[in-house]
Ligand binder design. Structure first.
Ligand code: URA
Length: 240
């Protein structure tokens, strides 16, 4: 349990500088439990605190853990160059809180993108030592064959990798579709593995991380949601 003054609360939640937050409060734009609070020195217990800014309701969150259903033509980079950045799909306060993607998806890859402002979480979740499976659905240019599946499971050599990289599992979903499970997150890994195995990836979607499935979150492309504790713990669970 910790108490913070209202200006500090707003600042930690990404509403701007301390000075700007004090102005918002003094202008009567902030309320707690339906009551406008105009003294920035008023202190509140942050645990479970609900507050409104410009009549929009918010809950205090020490850290943000969210999933975005990433559409194509958005970049994960902090300084996007050719397409808008994924942060543009999120509330403005999130960027001020330094929310970042956990790993990257290519601009044309769609699906599950985990994002957070918790450095320790981002680090742990991205660590190769954790062996967290990531599940992709790849659409291929040429038909998928049992030989292609065997090749991906047996390991393919990529030119800048010292050892062959293998899928943890790989299943044919249709004539031109594969579900492929990887534990690493190398640059363009799925596309490069498919190319090295003699096919070409024409569309790619990440459908699951650990035991958390994108479908279970009910997000349309471009939508995002907060993750609860149960969903967070699924992230590190094995692929069922
Ligand atoms: N593999 C790729 O090739 N691209 C991605 O975006 C993710 C995994």
């Amino acid at each position: 349990m910790s108490k913070l003054t209202l200006d500090r609360i707003l600042q930690t939640q990404g509403f701007g500088t301390r000075k700007w937050c004090r102005e918002l409060i003094a202008d009567g734009d902030v309320s707690i439990n339906g009551e406008t609070v105009t003294d920035y020195r008023s202190a509140f217990e942050t645990d479970g605190l609900e507050f409104s800014v410009f009549d929009e309701a918010h809950r205090y969150r020490e850290h943000l853990y969210i999933v975005l259903n990433k559409p194509a033509d958005y970049e994960c980079s902090r300084k996007p160059s050719h397409h808008p950045g994924v942060l543009s799909l999120l509330p403005e306060q999130f960027a001020l809180r330094d929310v970042q993607p956990v790993g990257r998806l290519d601009h044309d890859t769609t699906g599950m993108l985990l994002m957070s402002d918790d450095g320790a979480f981002i680090h742990a979740q991205s660590s190769p030592r954790r062996h967290i499976p990531k599940i992709y659905v790849a659409t291929t240019h040429d038909p998928v064959t049992p030989e292609l599946v065997a090749h991906l499971l047996g390991g393919v050599k990529l030119h800048d990798e010292p050892a062959p990289l293998a899928a943890i599992s790989c299943e044919m979903l249709g004539t031109h579709q594969l579900e492929i499970v990887l534990e690493q997150g190398k640059y363009h890994q799925v596309k490069r593995m498919l190319a090295a195995a003699g096919n070409h990836c024409s569309a790619l979607c990440r459908s699951q991380i650990g035991g958390l499935k994108l479908d279970a979150l009910g997000l349309a492309e471009g939508e995002w949601c907060y993750l609860n504790d149960e969903q967070l713990s699924l992230l590190t669970a094995a692929h069922p």
